[in-house]
Write a protein that binds this ligand. Structure first.
Ligand code: 5GP
Length: 120
């Protein structure tokens, strides 16, 4: 089964304001901030405020309002960063094979250059 949520993870600490982030957007359901180790000219993370380990947990357990609010925030952040014309990539890593490092569900937004294809 899925691991339990660990409220000591780094994104939980960011949500509680215990460690700083370069915040882009915050609303009832989502927080967006710049990735500390950017892999593209724009590399942003969007996280739900609720305690969900991964996309699996979020999809199974979040309310419809949380899911809708989260995805609207993802698209709004990309648009507000000026990425809508040129395009961008959204990505989530899940679990061990997905290479997930932080066990609080998050979406990466990459943009500002052609991102290329990801071939496993
Ligand atoms: P994952 O592999 O879990 O999808 O990616 C986690 C991401 O979080 C990585 O891109 C990493 O650079 C980013 N990250 C890890 N710790 C911090 C932090 O303390 N602050 C910020 N802004 N990003 C972080």
């Amino acid at each position: 089964g899925l691991p339990p949520y660990d409220d000591a993870n780094i994104f939980a600490r960011i949500l509680r304001g215990e460690i700083p982030c370069r915040k882009i957007h915050e609303d009832d359901h989502a927080l967006a901030f710049h990735d500390i180790n950017p892999q593209a000219p724009v590399h942003v993370l969007v996280i739900p405020k609720g305690q969900y380990v991964s996309v699996a947990d979020f999809s199974a357990s979040a309310t419809d309002a949380e899911v809708a609010g989260f995805w609207r925030a993802v698209a709004k952040v990309a648009k507000d960063l000026g990425l809508e014309q040129s395009g961008y990539r959204v990505l989530t890593n899940m679990g061990s094979d997905g290479g997930q490092e932080v066990p609080h569900f998050h979406i990466h937004i990459f943009g500002g250059r052609p991102i290329g294809r990801m071939v496993p």
